[in-house]
Design a protein. Structure first.
Length: 81
């Protein structure tokens, strides 16, 4: 786990750079490539259920230096649709 604010800033800069590079590699407007950084939940508590049905949460997490690259594209319509 990262222990200093400097390390956290470096990690955020690194993940932003990876996301920028992944987005630049998208071949057309019908596709999208995004970087999704990982995180570790150190603490997660459900505080209460709100009147709208959602829950208020208390959470503490740490970003880590890796993640997934997501490649999204529009599906082509086939004869089976």
């Amino acid at each position: 786990l990262l222990s200093s604010a400097t390390s956290q800033k470096s990690l955020l800069h690194a993940t932003d750079s990876a996301a920028d590079e992944a987005t630049k590699s998208a071949p057309s407007t019908e596709s999208l490539t995004l970087f999704s950084p990982c995180k570790i939940n150190l603490f997660l508590r459900i505080i209460r259920k709100r009147p709208d049905g959602f829950h208020d949460l208390a959470s503490l997490f740490q970003a880590v230096g890796f993640g997934d690259t997501l490649h999204l594209s529009l599906a082509t319509k086939s004869d089976d649709d």
